[in-house]
Design a protein around this ligand. Structure first.
Ligand code: ADP
Length: 254
């Protein structure tokens, strides 16, 4: 069975600091459909928004974001567990930091757990451990963590579900005539080094962290698919019907 990592960004999961249950419902339904065909690992942001929905602390400092994240993470898992139970699916939580992938021993421990969860048809839900590793808070919305997850845990594909439905030849928020690029086989240094604009005030990554994730995987010979997390029809067609009707595929070197 092929293994896929699905990464969902905080914009998809939340609106103005509160969790959007409707989108979580759609996502969980999709994850349950996928799990008939693939081994599925979810990388989910959204802990800070879930925390803010419980307790009104401003996101003005890194430590406040860490506090909100540690408050919100169990609440986010509760929402996932409840929603997935409609599909008879169990969810497990794994908190990692990018540094965990620097140690082969730690990576292997985590991989053994992931393999065991998947054998038992339990959905692993991974997030960055924000109390000890702040790269999500500082750099970007788990995009790069999800590429490490896909590579080190032997996935065949990373799918990033974003607030944008693909990679365009210029920022579609600034250029109405921007055109989607359905297929990307390499990324230039210029594209990878751009300081990117992020979709909303709660945004962290922007497009550049997604391109860095794609570049990392393409160089390892793996593919990444970028599609909308608001409307899952492109991701559904791509994964379940082998049909690319939208989104961008970043094709790894063969
Ligand atoms: P998410 O929260 O889903 O992880 P972000 O909002 O951080 O996503 O990043 C996606 C945003 O990047 C888009 O909404 C868009 O405004 C911006 N962007 C900038 N350049 C591009 C581009 N060339 N193609 C697509 N999106 C772009």
């Amino acid at each position: 069975m092929k293994r896929v990592v699905i990464k969902v960004g905080s914009h998809v999961l939340s609106d103005d600091g509160s969790i959007n249950q409707n989108r979580i419902d759609n996502l969980c339904k999709f994850l349950s459909e996928l799990s008939d065909k693939f081994e599925v690992i979810l990388v989910s942001s959204g802990a800070i928004s879930a925390g803010q929905a419980k307790f009104n602390l401003p996101r003005t400092s890194v430590v406040n974001k860490q506090i909100l994240s540690s408050l919100g993470q169990p609440y986010l898992m509760e929402i996932y567990s409840k929603t997935l139970s409609k599909y008879n699916k169990l969810a497990a939580q794994i908190l990692l930091t990018a540094g965990d992938f620097d140690s082969r021993k730690i990576t292997n421990h985590a991989k053994n757990v992931i393999n065991g969860l998947l054998e038992n048809k339990i959905l692993p839900i991974i997030n960055e451990n924000d109390a000890t590793g702040i790269s999500e808070i500082v750099y970007g919305d788990n995009d790069r963590l999800s590429s490490a997850v896909a590579h080190y845990f032997d996935a065949d594909l990373l799918v990033i579900l974003s607030d944008i439905d693909g990679y365009y030849d210029s920022d579609p928020r600034e250029n109405k005539n921007a055109k989607i690029r359905p297929l990307v086989t390499s990324l230039s240094d210029e594209e990878l080094n751009k300081t990117s604009y992020t979709g909303s005030k709660h945004g962290t990554g922007g497009i550049t962290t997604k391109l860095l994730a794609a570049d990392f995987l393409m160089k390892k010979g793996k593919d990444m698919f970028l599609a909308s997390g608001f409307d899952l029809s492109d991701a559904r067609a791509f994964l379940l019907d082998n049909n690319q009707i939208g989104g961008t595929i970043f094709k790894g070197k063969q």
